[in-house]
Design a protein around this ligand. Structure first.
Ligand SMILES: [Fe+2]
Length: 183
């Protein structure tokens, strides 16, 4: 994908200042537009054994990915620290479990969640969402037969992903991934 097609990169103004960084709404617009590019979506190599990724040029210096999800695969619980983001399903269907509470990114190893903060979203093709900082979620393809493809964008580019295990209402920090782990 060429940046000129899909990403309005920040252009220095005549005064030399830069335009505002992309908001989660900007990122949602980008992922929706990108997911509608059937040729791009079809270009993603699919692997029945595991997820596949292609890095994209996100708008305004954001980090963007096209991701393929074989049946039954998912992310596990994680957050994106201080980055905001958006994602949308391009083909197949995804489901998101998220927490309707903004959790502190640092300073804890286990947290007992209160009742009523779990959310579930069905994301069939063409459906997406934006999210703010410290968004804790898991995304998965629960289809037994059908691959899913999705488009994701984050700003600032992900400095880290915090991964959690969850047992009942208890969320436990398991490890922290840094860019060298996925680039
Ligand atoms: Fe995520």
């Amino acid at each position: 994908m060429s940046a000129s097609v899909s990403s309005p990169a920040p252009v220095p103004s005549p005064s030399g200042s830069r335009v505002a960084p992309p908001t989660s709404a900007d990122l949602l617009h980008f992922v929706r537009r990108t997911a509608a590019d059937a040729d791009l979506v079809a270009s993603l190599p699919l692997d029945p054994e595991g997820r596949t990724w292609v890095r994209l040029d996100g708008p305004g210096g954001s980090e963007a990915w096209l991701i393929g999800w074989p049946p039954g695969t998912g992310t596990g619980w994680h957050d994106h620290a201080e980055s905001v983001g958006a994602f949308t399903t391009a083909s197949g269907a995804l489901k998101e479990h998220s927490l309707a509470a903004r959790l502190p990114t640092d300073g804890w190893k286990t947290l007992e969640l209160t009742e009523g903060i779990d959310r579930e979203r069905q994301l069939p093709a063409g459906q997406g969402r934006a999210f703010g900082r410290n968004h804790v979620h898991e995304v998965f393809n629960e289809s037994p037969t059908e691959h899913a493809v999705s488009v994701h964008a984050y700003y600032p580019p992900l400095p880290r992903i915090r991964r959690y295990s969850r047992t009942g209402d208890v969320l436990r920090l398991e490890h922290v991934e840094r860019p060298e782990d996925w680039q």
